[in-house]
Design a protein around this ligand. Structure first.
Ligand code: KG4
Ligand code: ZN
Length: 341
């Protein structure tokens, strides 16, 4: 089975073709960063309009790259939620309509299931069961995964998601949108240990997270230190480093705890923040020290992309799931509502 995947849930238009027998045949992502940068964050209406401009040309592009005609596509998958509804509607309308006109089945994919399955596109792919840490701009979730669609929520963020905390703290530090990667770059110049930020919710049992206090901590530290610091650029970098270390160590502590509590040996990380170099380094070390193994998507498949949607869609289409002609999109969509395959 060969599936076209379309991702338009936020500020990236992603399109890919996944072939069950041959793997990924082509993929392309168009990032809207330049459009939203002057506003300091994603403007939903501008996002939708740009998806309208980019989705069909990107579909043509990946078909060309794969050397395929539309009649060799066996199914179409598009992100149906969670995300910005206007943005989702673009990919869903294009995807559902193409499937109808090509007379192939369509499937609406859960964006976070897309992220969760992305490590399975890599070699070696992790075997089931495993624990998944999903860290994106909208979600921070620890999930026990025993099969596709068999997701038991172990813990999640009670307030800001990890990516959101990166983005908000980046803004406080005066960095441009998108904040996460910019903050990570600045943290490279920071001295470790000059400031120590809290590791929220690690001193009590449980697997939930809370990151919103860290941005307040960053703001207060910045205000106090800028008033007395001689090298303001270095102070900002040191605060970035302290923030990143706090998020990374908090995630590491919770992941080790999740593996211990579930008895699993494998951990996968996915979602935009899993592209973070320090997180990958520290997590792999810490899990290996306990005899476990850690798996990641390649960095370009950590952030939003069409490949993960084509792959997840292929699994569900193969299992016989189909979207009716009257398609739906959902801004909110709890992952445990998904059907097990
Ligand atoms: O998965 P994703 O592309 O979109 C959502 O589903 O939300 O994740 C985007 C998030 C943003 O908050 C972004 O700042 C963060 O991932 N991010 C990073 C890095 N790359 C992306 N955060 C920290 N370090 C990075 N290298
Ligand atoms: Zn995402």
């Amino acid at each position: 089975m060969r599936v076209l995947g379309i991702e338009t849930s936020c500020d990236e238009t992603g399109v890919a073709i996944f072939d069950e027998a041959r793997g990924l045949l082509a993929h392309a992502v168009y990032s809207q960063v330049a459009i939203h940068a002057e506003y300091g964050g994603v403007v939903p209406e501008l996002a939708s309009r740009d998806h309208i401009r980019k989705t069909v040309p990107l579909i043509r592009q990946v078909l060309d790259e794969a050397g395929l005609a539309p009649d060799s596509i066996d199914g179409v998958a598009y992100t149906a939620g969670p995300g910005l509804v206007g943005a989702l509607l673009v990919g869903a309308a294009v995807g559902r309509s193409l499937a109808w006109s090509w007379r192939v089945p369509a499937i609406g994919v859960h964006h976070m299931e897309g992220h969760l399955l992305a490590p399975l596109l890599e070699q070696p792919a992790p075997e089931l069961p495993f624990v998944a840490l999903l860290v994106s701009g909208g979600h921070t979730q620890l999930v026990d995964v025993t099969g596709i669609g068999c997701y038991r929520m172990l813990g999640e963020s009670l307030d800001d998601a990890a990516g959101e905390a990166f983005d908000k703290t980046a803004k406080i530090l005066g960095l441009p949108y998108p904040g996460g990667p910019e903050l990570a770059k600045l943290a490279e110049l920071g001295a470790p240990g000059r400031y120590r930020f809290p590791r929220p919710m690690t001193d009590r049992p449980g697997l939930d997270f809370s990151f919103s206090g860290l941005k307040t901590f960053a703001l207060n530290t910045l205000r106090a230190e800028l008033a007395i610091s001689e090298d303001q650029a270095q102070t900002r970098a040191d605060i970035a480093r302290a923030f990143e270390d706090a998020v990374v160590e908090t995630l590491v502590i919770k992941c080790r705890r999740a593996l211990r509590e579930t008895g699993r040996e494998r951990l996968i990380l996915a979602g935009g923040v899993s592209a973070n170099r320090r997180l990958r380094e520290r997590m792999s070390q810490a899990i290996a020290a306990e005899g476990g193994a850690t798996f990641y998507p390649r960095p370009s498949f950590c952030t939003d992309n069409g490949a993960m949607i084509a792959f997840a869609g292929c699994q569900r289409l193969r299992a016989g799931q189909r979207e009716p002609l009257a398609f739906k999109t959902r801004a909110r969509w709890p992952m445990d509502e998904l059907a097990a395959l």
